[in-house]
Write a protein that binds this ligand. Structure first.
Ligand SMILES: Cc1ncc(COP(=O)(O)O)c(C=O)c1O
Length: 411
């Protein structure tokens, strides 16, 4: 809504939007690599990548060119026709994932919905009338009704009851609990988990737990579903995190970094699971559309030809080393957890205030689960930028911790 000839303020721009986000007082006009620029031309070092989306950095030339070229051809045609660029993206992604087939959707939640439907259908075909899916405490799988039910966070479920039936919650990293669920339930169809939990504060699940869970799934005939919406697409140093552990899930979901900013999600399956859906079982008007698949193809080709994924470890090390070296009082950090470029620093107190403080300092970060700083920087970040991010963040945290101490003293 343009009220007069001046540029609308941020509040005016926001006024038509539903109140679903607490937005920070900044608006960006463009980005390049690891930087975003606001309406005043100020530069911000992006330690968040749109929450694990722009893994190749902003305005990556290859993605930009692919989107431009595809938009000159055509943006969309229905899935009732063959779409060459979708075939190409599908072939590249299934090869990367060592999977047999893929269904393309538009988001992480939709990718997980597809996986949940697939698991249920697979179970029904095997005579399980009321299939159950085991999900973990601390999980985040999306905001649709089924995926928020699968998520292990009461906050995002409250008010949206009745929730969807058919999920059993288990503690994370607890193989005995899984075995006990298996003993008590004959109707389990699948285990759905994030190998690295993101929203709950960056918790890479224990390698022994994942291997044990995979063995149990095989033994019991449960489908093993990995949600790699956040941890996929090169973010942890391999295309998918589970590939570092040499695990073979039946289904993998991903989204976020797959389009480097163009909405696209994917549910991949192998073996029997890959043959479960037949025409009419599932679909999406936009899923796998030519524009999204052109972007995904550019991302997959870039990550395939480049050594970019090898940068995840060194960038992560540089950030954490600079952070630790510049922190004035390390008692404020309870734990640092990471898997490549998924970095969580759990602090000793609630620290949401760090997000606007970092913004003031020209750094884009996130705080999740109340007291964990979450960093998800792009694979194109240089060592120098990584050092700047780590040291700059340490300054912001040191100032915040000194304030916390002062407030505690005053209380
Ligand atoms: C692990 C995981 N799964 C699913 C989702 C949902 O993805 P989307 O927001 O694209 O629906 C997210 C989003 O943060 C996620 O981190």
């Amino acid at each position: 809504m343009r009220l007069n000839n001046r540029a609308p303020t941020l509040e005016e721009l926001m006024s038509a939007l539903m109140n679903t986000y607490s937005r920070l007082p900044v608006s960006f006009t463009h980005g390049s690599g690891s930087y975003l620029y606001d309406t005043d031309g100020r530069e911000y070092l992006d330690g968040l990548s749109g929450i694990a989306v722009t893994n190749l950095g902003h305005a990556h030339p290859r993605v930009t060119e692919a989107v431009r070229a595809q938009s000159e051809r055509f943006l969309h045609c229905s899935n009732i026709y063959h779409i060459d660029v979708q075939e190409r993206a599908g072939a590249l992604l299934t090869e990367r994932a060592s999977m047999d087939r893929v269904f393309f959707g538009n988001s992480g939640a939709e990718a997980n919905e597809a996986a949940i439907k697939l698991a249920r259908l697979h179970a029904h075909e095997r005579g399980i009338e009321k299939p159950q899916i085991v999900v973990l405490e601390g999980a985040f799988h999306g905001r649709t009704l089924a995926t928020l039910t699968a998520s292990g966070n009461r906050k995002i479920q409250a008010g949206f009851e009745p929730l969807v039936s058919g999920f059993i919650r288990a503690p994370r990293n607890d193989l005995e609990a899984l075995a006990s669920i298996a003993e008590r339930n004959q109707d389990v169809a699948a285990l759905l988990l994030e190998p690295v939990q993101g929203e709950s504060g960056i918790h890479p699940l224990d390698a022994e737990y994942l291997a044990g869970a995979a063995a149990l799934c095989k033994d019991r005939g449960w489908l093993l579903i990995f949600d790699e919406v956040q941890s996929g697409n090169g973010r942890t140093g391999s295309y998918f995190f589970h590939q570092q552990l040499d695990l073979k899930p039946d289904i993998v979901t991903t989204a976020k970094g797959l389009g480097n900013g163009v909405p696209v999600g994917a549910c991949l399956a192998r073996g029997e699971a890959a043959e479960t859906f037949a025409p009419g079982h599932h679909g999406s008007t936009y899923g796998g559309n030519p524009l999204a698949c052109a972007a995904a193809t550019a991302v997959l080709e870039t990550l395939g030809e480049d050594t970019l994924m090898d940068r995840a470890g060194p960038i992560s090390d540089a950030i954490v080393t600079s952070f630790d070296a510049s922190l004035e009082d390390d008692r404020c950090v309870v734990a640092t957890r990471r898997a490549g470029l998924m970095i969580g620093m759990e602090l000793a107190a609630d620290c949401a205030a760090l997000v606007p403080a970092a913004l003031e300092a020209g750094l884009l970060i996130n705080v999740t689960a109340g007291r964990t700083i979450r960093l998800l920087p792009p694979l194109v970040m240089s060592d120098e930028q990584a050092n700047t991010l780590g040291a700059g963040l340490a300054t912001v945290v040191s100032r915040w911790w000194a304030d916390e101490a002062r407030l505690a003293g005053a209380a």
